[in-house]
Write a protein that binds this ligand. Structure first.
Ligand SMILES: [Zn+2]
Length: 573
């Protein structure tokens, strides 16, 4: 349903408060416009959101894996919806899609083992160890590679931190801990030192993607991360579900030969056994790794990996629509909304339900994106700057669709003011608060603060900064190239619900449904909060699209320098 048909109480009350303030501030025309934006935000309803989610998360869509029937259906649905809404093709070539060339790799006949002394131990794939290669080669055979424990595997000059200390790990298999080194505060050992690695918040050094990047730079043959649920931010089942089947990467000229031969994870239990077999104590070594003077520890054991690697080229697609700006000068500046359409597909090896429906992750975000696009598209006067609605592919495979867009932007990134990312919206009802992931990053949060306050809502800092969520969804690829990104997540203060309701729902989802076949529409779902959050994002986007200033990274953001350099270069031209 479109918002023009909606003449509701909330729109009227919105008009009353807004019109009065705005009529004084900027005249009648402006006030009507404020009311119109209010109407647009209010036009996004739970029913409309649910309709999209039902389709996208249906079994027919087979879990929306890139390069499958699920992709064809999803891309068809999104394109059809954007057309129906009267939005223009977002690709300047006149289409609604941007091809994203991927290579799928599947490890088969996997053998993982280690030798300590005379004893050889095999690890069960994928229950005890998950391994893969990002190299585009038909097989991997790493034999008797020396195992070295490198602590957190971090090289961070700004903190005077180097876990490798010049130790040669070329051709070796390094064992790495997940997350940042949890350095205790010298004055209070029960707390983490806020001066290094952002205290308890995860920095990019804590992410698994970083661990493999640094390992490859050091010339290691293989890097195995020890899984721990707390520091990783998710249980072993997520590692297993996400990585043990087909893996994807973007096509690359060097066929990814600069990457590690083997990337992988091992369960905590099996890691402890490995260390014990080698005469080492895992817990003690882990303790020693929180110190700046930690040095890599050769384990005196050797690892072997053998598997076949089936390659498949897949042309996947980002889907993009455009709402042209109404200001002739500003319409060549851009605001992007992103939501990944892909999910984990189906696993024919599973008994019973085989389809990863991804109802929350991320049919909910795509539904929000579609509703935002529809509501904005119906405004009598479009925002001054151009709005892009980008539904990216292969987020679950490492943010690949967003990474591809950032590397091959359809519109200049220096004139892209912001990315608003929607990934896993709130399906449990209305909240007073809204959680800002990576709180403190950019001035987009100041705009959010204004809009939220006017709506009687409160933005709150990332409730679990230690999980590093700012580095785990598509806005991160925009951030990495300099474009400020805002990523909101469900609040926890649910209206009319007991205090602990929110944390319980979110906790249960992470433990039971996240990246599992049970991520389906729940009997308890109430999308009124999702509609609120969509309305909030709509108004924040409008403010930026109509505002005078470019949003900025705040002091201390790791992305600030990149943006400033980019804008300076643009100004020099
Ligand atoms: Zn996901």
């Amino acid at each position: 349903m479109g918002w023009r048909n909606v003449s509701t109480r909330s729109a009227v009350s919105g008009f009353q408060t807004f019109a009065l303030v705005l009529a004084i501030a900027c005249g009648l025309e402006c006030a009507l416009r404020g009311a119109e934006v209010d109407d647009a935000a209010a036009s996004i309803t739970a029913d409309d959101l649910m309709r999209h989610i039902r389709t996208l998360a249906s079994d027919e869509f087979e879990g929306r894996a890139p390069g499958t029937k699920g992709e064809r259906l999803t891309v068809g649905y999104l394109t059809g919806e954007f057309q129906r809404m009267g939005l223009k093709p977002g690709n300047p070539d006149g289409s609604y899609v941007q091809p994203v060339p991927l290579v799928g790799t599947t490890a088969t006949d996997v053998s993982v083992s280690y030798r300590a002394g005379e004893k050889r131990t095999d690890l069960v794939f994928p229950a005890e160890a998950v391994v893969w290669t990002k190299r585009f080669v038909p097989e991997i055979n790493v034999v008797d590679s020396e195992l070295v424990f490198v602590g957190y595997g971090v090289v961070a000059p700004e903190y005077g931190w180097d876990d490798f200390k010049g130790v040669d790990v070329r051709g070796k298999t390094i064992v790495i801990l997940i997350n940042d080194p949890p350095v205790p505060d010298p004055s209070d050992p029960l707390k983490l030192d806020g001066k290094v690695f952002n205290g308890s918040a995860m920095t990019y050094y804590g992410r698994w993607t970083y661990k493999y990047e640094i390992a490859a730079k050091q010339g290691a043959a293989a890097a195995i991360i020890v899984h721990e649920t707390g520091p990783a931010g998710y249980p072993w089942a997520v590692v297993e579900g996400s990585n043990s089947r087909e893996n994807f990467d973007l096509q690359s000229a060097d066929r990814n030969m600069s990457r590690l031969a083997v990337e992988g994870w091992i369960t905590l239990d099996k890691a402890k056994q490995l260390f014990a077999a080698a005469g080492q104590n895992f817990d003690q070594l882990k303790q020693s790794a929180v110190r700046r003077d930690f040095k890599p520890v050769p384990l005196g054991a050797k690892a072997s990996f053998r598997f076949n690697n089936t390659l498949r080229e897949v042309s996947s697609q980002n889907v993009i629509a455009k709402l042209e700006g109404s200001d002739p000068k500003l319409r060549n500046e851009y605001i992007v909304y992103t939501a990944h359409w892909d999910h984990l597909g189906r696993d024919t090896g599973l008994a019973g339900d085989q389809i990863f429906n991804g109802a929350r992750d991320n049919a909910s975000g795509v539904a929000t994106l579609l509703e935002l696009a529809e509501a904005l598209g119906k405004l009598k006067t479009a925002p001054r700057r151009t709005m892009l609605f980008l539904s990216v592919t292969a987020e679950e495979k490492g943010l690949l669709g967003a990474k591809h867009y950032a590397a091959h932007p359809l519109y200049p990134l220096r004139r892209t003011l912001a990315d608003f990312n929607i990934d896993s919206a709130n399906p449990w009802g209305r909240t007073r608060d809204v959680n800002v992931i990576g709180y403190g990053q950019s001035t987009l949060e100041d705009v959010l603060q204004d809009v939220a306050t006017a709506k009687g809502r409160t933005p709150t800092p990332d409730a679990e900064p230690e999980k590093g969520r700012y580095y785990r969804s598509d806005h991160f690829e925009f951030a990495k190239v300099g474009v400020p990104g805002l990523y909101l997540q469900s609040g926890v203060q649910f209206i009319g619900k007991p205090e602990e309701f929110g944390r319980q729902k979110i906790g249960a989802y992470t433990a039971n449904d996240y990246h599992k076949v049970t991520d389906e529409i729940g009997a308890d779902w109430d999308l009124s909060g999702m509609a609120d959050d969509a309305g909030l994002l709509l108004e924040v986007g409008m403010r930026v699209a109509n505002g005078e200033d470019y949003p900025k990274w705040k002091a201390g953001s790791e992305f600030k320098a990149r943006r400033e350099e980019m804008l300076k270069q643009a100004a020099d031209k």
